[in-house]
Design a protein around this ligand. Structure first.
Ligand code: SF4
Length: 460
């Protein structure tokens, strides 16, 4: 009973967040930067921040995540971190030899007013950036937004810095990946290959954070979108951004800078969102949908039909990032589950509007909230007041799962106590089958463990 003091009496809170359903901006900036080949993230702040960001990513991906820091001391906290960053840039290019340093700010450097653009400009003027090497920067103050905001800010900076329009249009489309796993990025590329659509995927953390063990340490693994690929995005036919929160700003930047039109789609999680994604791909690439993809869709529909009785009417509580939650909730509603409680620490007005649209008819009793006060305490209180059959969210839900004895499917970021997310995708039709498999497994395990002996079934 780790959370035994949580009461079901909900009090209006204005300034207090307890167990937030989000994490800090620079973690997202680091993750986005790692999806660019030969890029070393750099945290402009204290060593403690950088250690936390690295360890959060390392615990989730089970890979050693490299990043540098400006290592603020008391002096730099008072007088500014310019000299620390200039020295860092010199050291990093001399010792670690990345193609790109992706600098993001932290709460501390933002609060004291360090201007990253000015410092990087000075590094350029002083000749500290070697020929052919690059330093990009993004502001990621963590007292606003969440890790998703940091991801979006760094993605926008990458596009702004590298994408260029030439006079040669390329027969390719851009895919701006929302915050998904390396396995999902691999799945996106598989789908695009099946559809024979030439593309640039940015960022691409496959073969970076799921790199195979070869016995040889590679500071910059073979994966990641390359600089020429990102530059060529300015000449593409069209951009598809996957996730409103994570990709809209980068898509707008690409349109403003290079006149590449865009569409923002939900992450292809579940049947409907994947249908929309495949249709958008088909239109943007002027290709028809191949039979192999239709077959995958058919398999998903088959699983839904066969297993519908086990999903029907089950009450679900979910927490995580808006870009994942919106299509996931839509998917659960479509299979007659009841997503009754949903929280996300990431702010944004669109969240409430989308949830209302998805839930108002089929689950009118649903409660949903996002922003600073939409935390795990509120979620637990809702559950104590009226329990659910299933929890879906990141590792932080395990306390509620244990205390309330509720089946728990881990999805989202971070997952620190299980593996699988790096290897098995949860997007597209095949990924959606995996989601259903995970849900069914925990529901059936609970049924088998708790049902009466005369109801114990060998066959599902
Ligand atoms: S101080 Fe700010 S940037 Fe640093 S770890 Fe905390 S929230 Fe993140």
């Amino acid at each position: 009973m780790l959370l035994r003091h949580t009461t079901d009496k909900i009090k209006e809170r204005k300034a207090l967040t307890v167990n937030p359903a989000k994490t800090c901006q620079p973690i997202g900036a680091m993750y986005a930067a790692l999806g660019v080949h030969g890029c070393l993230p750099h945290s402009h702040g204290s060593q403690g921040c950088c250690s936390y960001h690295r360890s959060a990513l390392t615990r989730h991906y089970k890979e050693p995540v490299m990043a540098a820091t400006s290592s603020f001391t008391e002096g730099s906290s008072v007088f500014g971190g310019q000299s620390n960053l200039l020295q860092s840039i010199t050291n990093i290019f001399t010792i670690y030899e990345p193609e790109i340093i992706a600098v993001h700010s932290t709460c501390l450097s933002e609060t004291i007013g360090d201007d990253l653009g000015q410092i990087v400009g000075k590094a350029q003027d002083d000749g500290l950036i070697p020929e052919g090497k690059h330093v990009i920067q993004a502001a990621t103050p963590s007292y606003v937004g969440s890790h998703v905001t940091g991801y979006a800010n760094m993605l926008e900076s990458i596009v702004k810095y590298f994408a260029r329009k030439s006079d040669k249009l390329k027969k390719q489309i851009n895919i701006l990946a929302g915050w998904v796993e390396p396995s999902d990025m691999r799945e996106l590329k598989r789908i695009l290959k099946l559809m024979k659509i030439k593309n640039v995927l940015l960022p691409d953390t496959s073969d970076v954070l799921d790199a195979p063990m070869t016995g040889k340490y590679e500071m910059y693994p073979k994966g990641g979108t390359t600089i020429p690929e990102i530059t060529s995005m300015g000449d593409s036919l069209f951009t598809i951004g996957l996730g409103e929160w994570a990709t809209r700003n980068a898509a707008i930047m690409l349109d403003n800078q290079c006149k590449v039109k865009f569409d923002i789609e939900d992450l292809p999680i579940g049947l409907q969102a994947t249908d929309r994604f495949i249709q958008t791909l088909s239109k943007a690439g002027s290709v028809s949908v191949p039979e192999s993809i239709n077959d995958e869709r058919g398999r998903l529909v088959d699983v839904i039909t066969d297993m519908h009785q086990y999903f029907y009417g089950k009450r679900v509580a979910l927490w995580g990032d808006p870009d994942q939650l919106i299509p996931l909730v839509e998917f659960l509603v479509s299979i007659d589950m009841k997503p009754v409680y949903i929280v996300s620490g990431t702010p944004g007005k669109e969240f409430g509007k989308r949830m209302e649209k998805i839930l108002e008819e089929r689950v009118p009793e649903a409660k949903y909230k996002n922003g600073a006060n939409a935390d795990m305490l509120l979620m637990h209180q809702w559950i104590k007041d009226n329990p659910v059959d299933l929890l879906i969210g990141n590792t932080y839900g395990k306390y509620i799962a244990r205390d309330e004895d509720i089946p728990f499917v881990r999805m989202g970021f971070p997952i620190m106590d299980r593996i699988g997310h790096s290897y098995f995708s949860t997007i597209g039709y095949m990924g959606s089958i995996r989601i259903l498999e995970k849900i069914l497994s925990v529901l059936m395990d609970k049924e088998d463990a708790t049902c009466l002996e005369e109801s114990f079934e060998l066959v599902m």
